[in-house]
Design a protein around this ligand. Structure first.
Ligand SMILES: Nc1ncnc2c1ncn2[C@@H]1O[C@H](COP(=O)(O)OP(=O)(O)O)[C@@H](O)[C@H]1O
Ligand SMILES: [Mg+2]
Length: 411
């Protein structure tokens, strides 16, 4: 082996160089101010997102009535009045839609009230759905954000929890981790071991989607990885939950307010992810059907098994209503991908969701400006691209909705 002369790498005027932390610090500040002005430009004039309005056709479909029923209600002055656009089209906000749902549920008109307002009833437990896999880029955050918004559009009361210190879910849901989230404002605040602990209800924020709230994330979530070993070695005080029960305990406090909680897991299996998995009642593993991705998924499954085994031995009992694999960024024309997808279906059978989430420029383009497809109107994208992506999204999300209803014993 050739010997490497280390000394040549050391510059003679080393003392004059800034230290690494200074350099990185300066770059971080540069980037952060650039990001701030970019987001101000993108979201101007106010940096607060608002949800678009829905046409009467879209509103009718969401509510589950015909367009003419909706028109009659509006003409008869029943319920909230839609805004009428200059072209005469009636436009509804999601809040309008939910008011109409509540009105229809009260009168029911020969149908079950839950057909209009699908909130869970006595005996139906809170669904806590963890979206996970430790492969970054497997589509966890995209899946979580779209599922949460889809469920809110159907009228469920949804809480999205960002468990990832990188906080992309928060950004997609309108909260910028680097600007809008300061100390003690993430889930960490509700699960920490010291006296700074806060109630989860004080941390939850509403989003621009009515019916969808958020527990935002930022880098502070990492603290849980550092403080948990200390807490474990110090021994827990009586009545204090062990690390794996802490997310569940925090969620317990607000359970009555929601039907579904969706958790976006970070791409690693630390204490935080484990605690999230222990709070979950069901799990979706996102998988991009490529050989490299499924071999890392196999590692993920083995590690999860081992770690959850340790949790079980420590007294944590885990029972899921369902575990499903979701194919993400799937390209049906790509032969190797279809082979991997077939392999997964062969092995896991109906544990693989029937509907894959296809790869779509509409999804990735929207992601670039931190937007979701449910947020962007059809008029803002190439129609065929939008329609294809939306069809796939709705198919995946309604399949998950069916599983939730099954867990509740409704179907
Ligand atoms: N169905 C899809 N079609 C196209 N791009 C997608 C799709 N799903 C996700 N992406 C893109 O892939 C990247 C990774 O997705 P993301 O959801 O952030 O993965 P993870 O949370 O697992 O790291 C993002 O840039 C996202 O916009
Ligand atoms: Mg992510």
């Amino acid at each position: 082996m050739r010997e490497i002369n280390v000394s040549v790498a050391i510059k003679p005027n080393r003392m004059a160089l800034p230290s690494v932390d200074e350099t990185i610090g300066a770059q971080a500040e540069l980037l952060s101010s650039q990001l701030q002005s970019m987001s101000e430009a993108l979201l101007a004039p106010s940096s607060v997102k608002t949800l678009r309005r829905f046409t009467s056709g879209e509103a009718a479909r969401l509510i589950g009535v015909s367009d003419s029923t909706l028109r009659k209600m509006s003409l008869a002055g029943e319920g909230p009045q839609p805004e009428v656009a200059s072209n005469g089209r009636r436009l509804y906000t999601l809040a309008n839609i939910n008011e109409i749902r509540a009105l229809l549920a009260r009168s029911a008109r020969g149908r079950e009230s839950f057909e209009f307002v699908p909130h869970r009833r006595d005996g139906e437990h809170l669904q806590v759905l963890a979206v996970t896999n430790f492969k970054g880029g497997s589509g966890k955050t995209t899946t979580t954000a779209h599922l949460a918004q889809y469920l809110a559009l159907q009228g469920y009361r949804v809480l999205a929890v960002d468990l990832d210190p990188q906080a992309s879910l928060s950004a997609l849901l309108g909260v910028l981790p680097e600007l809008d989230v300061t100390a003690n404002q993430t889930l960490y605040a509700a699960i920490r071991y010291d006296a700074e602990r806060r109630k989860l209800s004080d941390i939850i924020r509403p989003t621009y989607f009515e019916g969808l709230d958020l527990v935002p994330g930022n880098l502070e979530l990492m603290e849980f990885e550092h403080t948990t070993p200390k807490a474990l070695s110090a021994g827990t005080r009586s009545g204090e939950a062990l690390f794996f029960a802490r997310v569940a305990a925090a969620l317990d406090e607000v359970a009555d307010r929601y039907d579904v909680v969706v958790i976006d897991c970070p791409p690693q299996l630390g204490f935080l992810t484990l605690s999230g998995l222990c709070a979950a009642t069901s799990m979706i593993v996102t998988v991009h059907p490529q050989m490299l991705d499924i071999s890392s998924m196999s590692q993920f499954l083995l590690m999860t098994r081992d770690l959850l085994g340790v949790v079980r031995d420590a007294g944590g009992e885990l029972k899921y209503d369902f575990i499903r694999y979701l194919l993400t960024r799937f390209e049906p024309q790509d032969a190797p991908q279809t082979k991997v997808a077939a392999l997964l279906r062969n092995l896991f059978d109906d544990h693989v969701l029937t509907n894959p989430m296809v790869k779509s420029a509409a999804v990735s383009d929207a992601g670039l400006t931190k937007q979701t497809l449910y947020e962007i109107g059809r008029e803002n994208l190439t129609r065929s691209t939008y329609d294809r992506a939306m069809e796939a999204l709705d198919a995946v999300n309604s399949e998950v909705e069916m599983l939730i209803k099954q867990a509740w014993g409704r179907i």
